[in-house]
Design a protein around this ligand. Structure first.
Ligand SMILES: C[C@H](O)[C@H](O)[C@H]1CNC2=NC(N)=NC(=O)C2=N1
Length: 96
């Protein structure tokens, strides 16, 4: 199982992940993506879903019109691991 990142490793990883921050009140990272319209937002979700399934690592997310709020945490580990960082990176790449 993946191990939770140390506070230092996590801050360093967040430094290379534009838009991603610590989630208050739990061990997770989050980002709010804002797109041009619903079509762009849902296209992002469809592409991210395929990557997430391939990685066997799944986001918590919420879509309202052109906004997608994402929270990443490794449930099996009870916190943020390298798997969350990898998915966050992939999501930034997909969003462009
Ligand atoms: C059995 C399966 O591999 C696990 O349940 C995976 C699936 N996707 C997951 N996604 C996330 N975000 N955290 C997990 O711990 C996790 N575990």
């Amino acid at each position: 199982m993946a191990e939770r990142l140390s506070a230092e490793a996590r801050q360093q990883a967040l430094g290379g992940l534009p838009g991603w921050t610590d989630v208050q009140g739990r061990d997770a990272i989050g980002k709010t993506f804002v797109f041009k319209d619903f079509n762009e937002a849902f296209g992002f979700m469809a592409r991210a879903a395929l990557v997430a399934e391939k990685m066997d690592h799944h986001p918590e997310w919420r879509n309202v019109y052109k906004t997608v709020e994402v929270v990443l945490s490794t449930h099996d580990a009870g916190g943020v691991t390298a798997r969350d960082i990898a998915l966050a990176k992939a999501m930034n790449a997909i969003a462009g």
